[in-house]
Design a protein around this ligand. Structure first.
Ligand SMILES: Cc1cc2nc3c(=O)[nH]c(=O)nc-3n(C[C@H](O)[C@H](O)[C@H](O)COP(=O)(O)O)c2cc1C
Length: 329
């Protein structure tokens, strides 16, 4: 599998990108994935309104909420490029948020035009994938953000809103025309959510309709899946989302530098993930949020299901460690 593409001055070779996932692709997980060969990683989607609001307000008065939102754009020491994903539908606010994010040190801004979550697309907010139904506004947002910053802007979207509403080709052309330097396509429709078959034929049509690199995404669980998507669609590279949960080694597999290791190494990585999490989010948050990651890491041994049920007992780092010591490696 030979892939090479660029975003501005950043050049990428063989491997895969970590797709943004809310509640998952925070600094500790991004660091692990990048150490294991991810080409670059993307923060979870961040509301442009939140960025602007908390930047303008007295940060002490709004400390708790503001800090939690702004922490979504933290970079871990050495993260490069630092790719921050923004969402919103007001061009002015998106441009302001982009300026703030760039000022705070982001290397690349990724625009979210693919999220199907109710709170993002409904209740009049009309963001994320809803903007695929408003190509003009989507183009305007892209153009304004590109004009507001001097770092590269990329975008992530889907094949279309529904099975009978595939306009990914038109959307990709609009994104390119308005200055997006790379487009990630989740090769499913809004209707499909985050599961189900991907359509590499339509992905291919998108790839062929634009000159900027297209990264294909959806359903990649192995090197074979990545190779197949690239072969079928001609995409410049792939992004892995759910396939990286509990398996950051998928990036070394796709980069051709390693394989999923034995259980002992997976436990060791889980421990390290916990330590990185504590350093970033504090012990309480780390132990609560690491339980789901531990469930993903710790599969495939006798008693694994029973063991995973006990993760609720891990209420401190020490207790978490002691539980991990019990895994029969
Ligand atoms: C829990 C979860 C959270 C997600 N959050 C985001 C997000 O913040 N921004 C985004 O562009 N896509 C988000 N996605 C979509 C993924 O980036 C990706 O497109 C999707 O999961 C399909 O890829 P996969 O089959 O490899 O998981 C999310 C997906 C999941 C499962």
């Amino acid at each position: 599998m030979t892939n090479a593409f660029r975003i501005g001055s950043y050049e990428f070779g063989r491997g895969a990108v970590l797709a943004p996932m809310a509640g998952i692709t925070n600094p500790p997980f991004r660091q692990l994935c990048q150490e294991l060969g991810a080409l670059y990683c993307v923060t979870e989607l961040i509301s442009c309104h939140a960025v602007v609001y908390f930047d303008e307000k007295d940060k002490n008065r709004h400390k708790k909420r503001g800090q939690k939102t702004l922490a979504l754009m933290d970079r871990y020491v050495g993260e490069h490029p630092h790719v921050v994903q923004l969402y919103g539908r007001e061009p002015d606010v998106m441009a302001d948020a982009a300026r703030i994010v760039a000022r705070e040190g982001a290397d690349i801004i990724d625009l979210n035009f693919g999220c199907p979550a109710r709170k993002v697309i409904k209740n009049g907010s009309g963001c994320g994938v809803a903007l695929m139904r408003d190509p003009e506004l989507l183009g305007e947002i892209t153009r304004r953000v590109v004009a507001a910053v001097d770092i590269p802007v990329t975008a992530k979207t889907r094949l279309g809103y529904g099975r009978d509403e595939k306009n990914g080709v038109e959307i990709a052309q609009i994104l390119e025309k308005n200055g997006a330097e790379l487009i990630t396509i989740h090769a499913r429709t809004r209707e499909q959510g985050h599961s189900g078959p991907v359509d590499c034929d339509y992905l291919k049509q998108i790839v062929e309709a634009v000159n900027v690199p297209v990264i294909g995404n959806g359903g990649i669980q192995s090197l074979a899946d990545a190779t197949e998507m690239m072969r079928q669609s001609g995409c410049a590279g792939v992004a892995v989302g759910q396939g990286a949960k509990g398996n950051p080694w998928i990036f070394s597999e796709i980069a051709g530098t390693g394989q999923r290791p034995d259980l002992a190494s997976r436990v060791a990585t889980c421990r390290r993930h916990l330590d990185l999490y504590v350093a970033w989010g504090g012990e309480q948050r780390a132990v609560t949020e690491m339980r789901k990651h531990a469930c993903w890491y710790l599969k495939g041994f006798d008693g694994a299901a029973a063991f995973r049920k006990r993760l609720g007992e891990a209420t401190s780092r020490g207790a978490f460690y002691r539980l991990l010591d019990e895994v029969p490696v």
